[in-house]
Write a protein that binds this ligand. Structure first.
Ligand SMILES: CSC[C@H](NC(=O)[C@H](Cc1ccccc1)OC(=O)N1CCC(N)CC1)C(=O)N[C@@H](CC1CCCCC1)[C@@H](O)Cn1ccccc1=O
Length: 329
């Protein structure tokens, strides 16, 4: 069996990618953000304070004949950007891209932080990290993908995120026609709950790859490409108008600059992110100053190959072989 779901950028900056997920009987369809950096499926629900839930699609377990309360279970999570949520837990049928998991832990939010209240384009997250990262207590729950893996044709999924167009998450199969290049595989480290890997080197503007390895994570839930300062500096030294903007908390530059590409090596392949994928958006509507897609990871403590990097590739999250595959798109 397989599943295939379309995913769409949330706004002109490709800030998040939204995928429709069906929960319960009859189906309640919610727009969720798939996050390979975390391992909880949680949703805005009938239990979320009305003031917080306004503008969001919500899940009502009481309206689902297949919903069951997981009594005594609670959850609480905080993300890298300091957003957070918490609540209690139901099990229900969850269908993604036509594939159904009958008894999936659906974490219902009784509390959400301001960022989530304001982010009305999504009604929660589907964690696609490793089960060890699940935050339900007293008994951690499995992710939707972990529950699905044993029934899928192959225990893997692919992410094909695109700039300002519809992409896909495919489960149980690899559609190689989505990629131009060969898929290069490298071991994935799931010990921390997310998809860790090591890139073998990098280069700016099409130069030859150096051999400076970069250990980081493949994270669909992070917008930017977040790398060490020395790499960020090497890149922006090629951008005449680049400067650090305190209010934006990142490097900005003139929108009409011709940005160099950025390449990294992984699994024997070279993934090149074109300059225009690294020029995110004007810092404000109509501004001629743009915010960079490559920013520093120095105050995070982990390098993150987020959506800016994932958009350049077809990425295979291969749980069965504990490896990540990357192919140029
Ligand atoms: C340094 S991890 C920062 C990252 N959050 C972002 O990337 C947000 C995404 C966003 C964009 C627009 C509206 C709302 C949210 O966007 C920015 O922070 N941006 C984009 C816009 C820019 N102008 C400023 C910088 C982050 O916590 N991801 C987690 C998943 C997120 C949580 C928030 C909701 C969306 C999914 C997660 O995978 C990060 N993780 C990764 C590994 C381990 C733990 C962990 O927790």
């Amino acid at each position: 069996q397989t599943g295939s779901a379309n995913t769409n950028p949330s706004d002109s900056a490709d800030d998040e990618y939204i995928t429709s997920v069906s929960i319960g009987t009859p189906a309640q369809v919610l727009p969720l953000d798939f996050d390979t950096g975390s391992s909880d499926l949680w949703v805005f629900s009938s239990e979320t304070p009305k003031s917080s839930a306004s503008g969001h699609v919500t899940y009502s377990p009481s309206k689902s004949s297949t919903a069951k309360k997981l009594s005594g279970s609670t959850w609480s999570i905080e993300y890298g950007d300091k957003s957070s949520s918490s609540g209690d837990v139901y099990t229900d049928v969850v269908t993604i891209g036509g594939f159904s998991v009958k008894t999936q832990a659906v974490e219902s939010a009784t509390k959400v932080s301001t960022q989530f209240v304001q982010d009305t384009v999504i009604s929660g997250l589907v964690g696609l990290g490793f089960d060890i990262g699940n935050q339900v207590s007293p008994r951690p729950q499995k992710t939707w993908f972990s529950n699905a893996a044993s029934s899928l044709a192959e225990p893997l999924f692919t992410a094909d995120l695109r700039h300002q167009e519809t992409g896909s998450y495919n489960f149980g199969f690899i559609d190689t026609s989505l990629a131009k290049g060969t898929i290069g595989y490298t071991p994935a480290d799931g010990s921390e709950g997310y998809w860790g890997f090591t890139a073998t080197g990098y280069s700016v503007g099409g130069a030859k790859l150096n051999r400076n390895s970069i250990t980081g994570i493949a994270d669909t839930g992070t917008t930017l490409l977040l790398l060490p300062d020395n790499i960020v500096d090497a890149y922006y030294n090629n951008v005449e108008s680049a400067q650090y903007d305190d209010s934006q908390e990142g490097v900005v530059f003139d929108c009409d600059e011709d940005l160099p590409s950025f390449s990294f090596g992984v699994g024997g392949q070279t993934i090149t992110i074109s300059g225009d994928l690294l020029n995110l958006t004007p810092i404000e509507e109509g501004s001629s100053t743009c915010f960079g897609g490559l920013q520093s990871s120095s105050d995070i403590g982990i390098n993150i190959f987020g959506d800016v990097a994932l958009k350049a590739a077809l990425v295979v999250f291969d749980l069965g072989n504990e490896r990540l595959g990357w192919a140029q798109k």
